[in-house]
Design a protein around this ligand. Structure first.
Ligand SMILES: Nc1ncnc2c1ncn2[C@@H]1O[C@H](COP(=O)(O)OP(=O)(O)O)[C@@H](O)[C@H]1O
Ligand SMILES: [Mg+2]
Length: 318
C-alpha cells in the first residue's frame, strides 16, 4: 500500500528579486513500512518537498496523497496525528521545556503521547527534559525536535536532517532509536540526511534530488549491484605493484585509483569490467610473483552518490 504519493509536484518561490523553481515536477511514492532516504545537496528542494507533503506550503502545483487520501493544503493539520515530523528548522516555544512542548503539540494535533517513552528517548539522547528551550544549545534543541517526532505511535515519520548539530555518538544513538522504533511499529520512514553511511545502513530505498529534480531512485541493494566495484590488491613487492599500475593504465584506463602505497592499491571500476580483471589478477604474475592478497567490495553509497553532490553554488544555478 502506498503511504505517500507525490505526483508532478512543482513549487516556485517568488521573492522581490527573483523566482526560484525549488521543486521541478517530481513524482514518487513510498510504500507502507519503507525506510526511504531522500538525499541531495543543500538547496536541492528536499525541505520544500517535505513541507508540501505536510501541507505547510501554499501555491503548490501537483497532487499529494497521504494514507490513501489527497491532502488539502488548507487543512494542513489533518494528518499530523499520523505523522511524526522533525522540521529542518525548529520553531519552538522558548519558555517551555521538552515535556511541555510534547504536551502542547499533543493537544494541538490530537496525538496521544507516551511519557515513559519520551523520557526514555531523552535519556538515550542525553537531553535534560526539565530545561527551558531557550536555555538549550542548537544540538539540544534538535533533540527536543526528535522527541516531538517520536512522542506518539505514528504511522509515518518524516525526518528532515534529524541529526543536524548532534555529536557523532548521539547521531548513531538516534539512528539506533529510529531503527528500533521502525522494527517495532513497522512505521514508514522518510528521511533526509547527509550521513550517507547511516542512510546506507538504515534505508532500503533512496531517491536523490538535485536542482529540484529526482535524478535517481532505487533500492540500495540495486544501486550497489550496479555501482562501481572497489578492488583492494596487495603485492609482494613495490616492483609488482608498479607493473600492475602500468597494466591497469593500459587495459582499464577508466579505473579510478583511490589510494596507493608501497605494495597496496585501491581502485574503482565498472561492474562490466570486473570479470576480465579478476581473471588477470588471479592468472598473471607481477614482477615474477602472483598477487599476495585481494578484496572486492561494492562501493559505498557515499562513493555512488558523491557525483551528485558536486555542484558549485546550487543556490545560484537557477
Ligand atoms: N521561503 C523561501 N523563499 C525563497 N526561496 C526559498 C525559500 N525556501 C527555500 N527556497 C529556495 O528553494 C530551493 C530549495 O530549498 P530547500 O527545499 O530548502 O532545499 P534543501 O532542503 O534540499 O536544502 C533553494 O534554492 C532555496 O534557496
Ligand atoms: Mg532542507
Amino acid at each position: 500500500m502506498e503511504v505517500i504519493q507525490v505526483n508532478n509536484l512543482v513549487k516556485y518561490y517568488k521573492t522581490k528579486k527573483k523566482v526560484v523553481k525549488a521543486v521541478d515536477d517530481i513524482s514518487f511514492s513510498i510504500l507502507k513500512g519503507e525506510r526511504f532516504g531522500f538525499l541531495g545537496p543543500n538547496g536541492a528542494g528536499k525541505t520544500t518537498t517535505i513541507r508540501a507533503i505536510l501541507g505547510l506550503l501554499r501555491g503548490v502545483k501537483g497532487e499529494i496523497t497521504i494514507l490513501g487520501e489527497k491532502i488539502n493544503p488548507n487543512k494542513d493539520t489533518v494528518y499530523r496525528n499520523h505523522i511524526g515530523y522533525i522540521p529542518g528548522e525548529l520553531g519552538l516555544e522558548p519558555e517551555f521545556n521538552a515535556i511541555q512542548i510534547c504536551k502542547y503539540l499533543s493537544e494541538l494535533y490530537d496525538i496521544s503521547f507516551n511519557l515513559d517513552e519520551i523520557k526514555n528517548i531523552a535519556e538515550r539522547l542525553k537531553l535534560d527534559v526539565n530545561r527551558q528551550i531557550q536555555e538549550l544549545s542548537k544540538g539540544n534543541k534538535q533533540k527536543v525536535g526528535i522527541l516531538t517526532a517520536l512522542m506518539g505511535d505514528f504511522d509515518i515519520l518524516i525526518l528532515d536532517e534529524p541529526t543536524a548539530g548532534l555529536d557523532p555518538l548521539i547521531q548513531s544513538e538516534f539512528f539506533e532509536i529510529i531503527k528500533e522504533r521502525q522494527e517495532k511499529t513497522r512505521c514508514t520512514v522518510f528521511i533526509c540526511s547527509h550521513l550517507l553511511s547511516e542512510v546506507e545502513k538504515f534505508c532500503n530505498r533512496v531517491a536523490i534530488i538535485r536542482n529540484g529534480k529526482i535524478v535517481e531512485i532505487s533500492k540500495i541493494s540495486e544501486l550497489k549491484e550496479k555501482g562501481l566495484k572497489s578492488f583492494q590488491l596487495e603485492f609482494t613487492s613495490n616492483a609488482g605493484l608498479m607493473e600492475f599500475v602500468q597494466y591497469l593504465e593500459s587495459q582499464f584506463p577508466s579505473a579510478s585509483v583511490k589510494s596507493q602505497s608501497v605494495n597496496r592499491i585501491e581502485f574503482l571500476i565498472t561492474p562490466e569490467k570486473k570479470r576480465n580483471l579478476l581473471h588477470d589478477i588471479s592468472e598473471m604474475q607481477w614482477a615474477g610473483e602472483y598477487i599476495k592478497d585481494f578484496n572486492i567490495n561494492n562501493s559505498s553509497l557515499e562513493d555512488i552518490f558523491m557525483k551528485y553532490y558536486e555542484i558549485e553554488n546550487p543556490e545560484e544555478e537557477r
